[in-house]
Design a protein around this ligand. Structure first.
Ligand SMILES: Nc1ncnc2c1ncn2[C@@H]1O[C@H](COP(=O)(O)OP(=O)(O)O)[C@@H](O)[C@H]1O
Ligand SMILES: [Mg+2]
Length: 278
């Protein structure tokens, strides 16, 4: 009999909620600790199982998905989707090719190139690591001096930080939106309000329900058409009356979004994963 296997490295609230939801919905489900598992030899599960990959480290999650997919095991999200979402530059390229609106961005590979890029975009601008989450290491560049300082520091941080991904700073007011797309359909969204320009709930942004209208729903569907995936968490900005897609996360955290939206996000995710079984 097929089993839904939740692969994890740290049992966060999300993984507990996913396990509870599976039990509630009668889906046979096991938690599997990644550190107890060797990948590549005899598979730890059957070909009929579906693996919901929930490692905290994005790199680890993608590696585990690749190993399991190589053995013919279905993984949610797929390693391909993880690859697109796990790198902000890759996400931007995929969205741009699909014509999905996003903040203006430029990429450079040296301090001088980065300075040129930010001056083309104009101040303020935002420089972000291509992989990262929870608003870490984001820098708002207000003027040339702050840009020079940030780029000099990044240049010392090693190769990964020498891909300078720079976005225009979007005047989004006091909030942005985190929307959840399950099985290609928008499920619910929260507005994240903060006095800080970084609105992540992990950074103190407060969550309130954001009803999905037709315009946002259609935009979210276009994101899914471009990227695929059973479970996407999409960050949106509204600027000058227009919606922009800031980033797309796979395997996102959702604990702060259940109460405000009243939606059973973990239930929807385990069902979507379970539907992928052979
Ligand atoms: N270009 C931008 N303009 C305005 N605010 C931004 C911009 N980029 C990021 N932010 C703010 O910072 C938050 C975190 O940025 P994000 O790109 O989503 O990175 P992370 O992967 O760390 O969540 C966003 O939710 C938003 O509040
Ligand atoms: Mg984000």
């Amino acid at each position: 009999m097929a089993v839904l296997r939740i692969l994890f490295t740290r049992l966060r609230t999300e993984e507990k909620l996913l396990k509870d939801a599976a039990e509630r919905l009668g889906i046979p489900c096991e938690l599997q600790l990644v550190s107890d598992t060797v990948f590549g030899g005899e598979p730890f599960c059957s070909q009929d199982d579906v693996v919901l990959a929930r490692c905290v480290s994005h790199n680890q999650n993608e590696a585990v998905a690749q190993m399991l997919e190589t053995q013919g095991i279905r993984v949610v999200n797929s390693s391909h989707v993880m690859g697109v979402c796990g790198n902000k530059l890759t996400t931007s390229c995929v969205l741009e090719q699909a014509g999905v609106p996003q903040p203006k961005y430029l990429v450079a590979f040296t301090q001088e190139g980065a300075l040129d890029a930010v001056e083309r975009l104009g101040y303020p601008a935002v420089c972000k690591p291509v992989s990262g989450s929870w608003g870490r290491l984001l820098a708002k560049l207000n003027d040339r001096e702050s840009a020079e300082a940030v780029f000099e520091h990044k240049a010392m941080l090693g190769a990964i930080h020498n891909t300078f991904y720079i976005q225009e700073f979007v005047d989004k007011g006091s909030f942005d939106v985190r929307a959840f797309v399950v099985d290609g359909e928008p499920l619910c969204a929260i507005a994240r309000t903060s006095q800080h320009w970084i609105t992540n709930t992990a950074r103190g942004g407060s969550a309130s329900n954001m009803p999905l209208d037709d315009e946002v729903s259609e935009l979210l569907r276009s994101v899914h058409r471009a990227i695929g995936g059973e479970f996407l968490a999409v960050d949106l900005f509204k600027s000058n009356g227009r919606w922009l897609v800031n980033e797309v996360n796979d395997g996102g955290e959702f604990r702060n979004s259940i109460a405000p939206t009243g939606k059973d996000i973990p239930g929807a995710v385990v069902e979507a994963a379970w539907n992928k079984r052979r």
